[in-house]
Write a new protein. Sequence first.
Length: 258
Amino acid sequence: MIHKLIILRHGESQWNHENKFCGWIDIPLTKKGIHEATYAGELISKANLSPDILYTSKLMRSIETGQIILDVLHKSWLDHIKTWRLNERHYGLYQGRDKHEVYLELGQDKEKFQYIRRNYNGVPPLIDSSKDSSIDERYNNILNKNILPNGESLKMVMDRLIPFFKYEILDKQMIQLNKTVLIVTHGSIVRSLIKYLNNISDEDISKINVPTGIPLVFELNDKGELVKPSYYLDKEKAELGIEKVKNEGLKKKESEKL
């Protein structure tokens, strides 16, 4: 049996637009981001895909994008599970910082900047947990607060994501219950799932970038193995978005209209 998984990065947020590290800080969508979310829903509908359950992070840019998609699909009643395991990578002290300013701070060292930003093991400077305003009441139900990050590499993201994805989403929802799952999440989470499902090496994942708002589809068998290569529902627009993300931070962001 073939099981379908639809994954996408949320639509453009205000801080995506301003070229800042978002991480766990809760930032809303821009007008462009709302349009991207609407377009994502239209692409899913056009591809005759019908999600049975929605997963998002605990952050509004993910939640809002998911809700817009469900509205477009006339499925606003769909079960919706929110989990911190799908939150964006925590960028530690870089959260809220302009990416280009961080690049300059690192001596315009492209290799060092991209190591922290894209390398599997690259960790940003950690933030003191007691001073981290991004950890708020939405995480009160987590009894052991020590499991919450204060700065993460992609490896650390995968350590808290993949067990949840494998057992709660892939094994339970997709394979056992045969549901088509829609995950609306963040760039680092999409990269982590691409790495896991495509068996991409630690080295090669640094070359993978993810556009905002374009659904990526995986078709898996009962063993959770790909039966065909994953594919974006708008390949051309995805490629343009990937190129844009690839170069973030290396140049100063020019002001543009939302």
